[in-house]
Design a protein around this ligand. Structure first.
Ligand SMILES: [Zn+2]
Length: 402
């Protein structure tokens, strides 16, 4: 399985110049590709899809990545106005085209419903002003880690890295990122062997908390740690200060860098918290059941901010990759599953409850419920049902119907 490891890197001034050039080259190739492909796709779209045409006329051929590579890299370098592409590792340019293909595929799969999750927009032109810049080197590019523990990047040099932990094996690729706070990162993809944990019979349901970060079916209510809440508060304050500065002013530009720095710090703190909690949950439980997709429904309400701040989806993806790594199971419970309405003791469906209702009593069995803990327990039972169905085990799992 593949895992990602990110480290802060500290390029010299000269290396920053080379990196800026590489970012620029990758961006140019991406934009050139988009300039070629977008009109063709748009024209084809006007005809409708082949099974359901809405206009007459021939479909145009969409350039394949091999065509694009030849035209926009190999041939382009020969022209004077693109000769500078030769200053950057060709692998970086190839990777830009690969990302371009992936971006279209993701957009189209998202539109056709082949890909679930939030809608993915059409690929867009990249500008120098984009706050996040990235390039990727694969093994073909012959990047390496030197004897002095530096990261050797072709046409960039030997870059200093803060190794906060050890790479478990040789990386297959590395992405170099410049974040909006102006910091540089190396994100390695590493192929690792799974480390299967000893099997346990314990499982857990997790409900996305509005009052807490997460509620577990065993009754635990998990709050984000104090340092993270403090960082989030500081971030909000910096954002407000930024918004008050006049548009286009120097002060606003300064405030933006400040916001980006605090944002980066907050994101770091949050990631740390998510790592710790997800490791603990995956270690303790053979199966984890989550109600996740309600996040999308909630995002449309005024609850949006707190939900997004909580960074739930990045936490869920950590749970998912750690589950694969350690031989555990994560099951997502359908977002239409009414966890907050179903009594986890008798399965009775008690009807909708407004958000301010924090406790309720089941009208069928008379059990008094904490809204959130009951929801987590209901998610657990629904998750068990799904898991049993997946394993084709005719289990003695209580069916939760109204
Ligand atoms: Zn009940």
């Amino acid at each position: 399985m593949q895992l990602r490891y990110s480290f802060r890197i500290h390029p010299t001034i000269g290396q920053r110049v080379s990196l800026a050039r590489a970012f620029g080259c990758a961006r140019t190739v991406w934009n050139d590709a988009l300039r070629l492909v977008q009109p063709v796709k748009a024209a084809n779209k006007l005809l409708g899809n082949p099974r359901k045409r809405i206009a007459e006329g021939p479909y145009q051929r969409i350039p394949k990545s091999a065509d694009l590579s030849k035209l926009l890299i190999t041939e382009a370098k020969k022209a004077e106005e693109r000769a500078w592409l030769a200053d950057t590792s060709p692998v970086v340019l190839q990777q830009a085209l690969r990302d371009f293909d992936k971006a279209w595929a993701a957009h189209e799969d998202s539109k056709s419903g082949k890909r679930t999750g939030p809608q993915i927009e059409e690929p867009r032109f990249k500008s120098r002003k984009n706050n996040r810049q990235a390039i990727r080197f694969t093994a073909n590019a012959r990047f390496s880690i030197t004897g002095q523990d530096r990261l050797r990047l072709p046409k960039i040099g030997d870059v200093k890295v803060t190794w906060s932990r050890r790479l478990p094996s040789d990386p297959t690729s590395v992405t170099i990122i410049k974040d909006p706070a102006g910091r540089y990162w190396a994100s390695f993809v590493v192929e690792t062997e799974p480390q299967i944990l000893r099997e346990t019979l314990v499982d857990v349901g997790i409900d996305l908390g509005l009052t807490h970060f997460a509620i577990l079916s065993d009754g635990r209510k998990i709050d984000s740690p104090k340092f993270l809440r403090r960082a989030e508060k500081k971030l909000k304050k910096a954002q407000r200060q930024h918004d008050r500065k006049a548009k286009g002013s120097n002060n606003r530009a300064k405030a933006r860098v400040k916001v980006a720095k605090i944002h980066a710090h907050t994101a770091n703190a949050r990631r740390g918290f998510h790592h710790k909690l997800s490791t603990e949950i995956i270690g303790d439980n053979q199966a984890v059941y989550l109600e996740t997709l309600t996040v999308r429904g909630l995002a449309r309400t005024r609850m949006a901010k707190s939900v997004h701040d909580a960074g739930w989806s990045s936490f869920v993806s950590m749970l998912e990759y750690k589950a694969i790594k350690h031989g555990r199971t994560v099951i997502r419970v359908d977002r239409f599953f009414p966890s907050s309405q179903i009594c986890a003791d008798c399965g009775h469906r008690d009807g909708p409850k407004p958000l301010h209702v924090r406790t309720w009593t089941c009208t069928n069995c008379g059990t008094a419920h904490d809204r959130d803990v009951n929801a987590a327990r209901a998610v657990k039972f629904e998750g068990r049902r799904i898991r049993a169905a997946q394993q084709h085990i005719p289990g003695d799992v209580p069916a939760l119907t109204g």
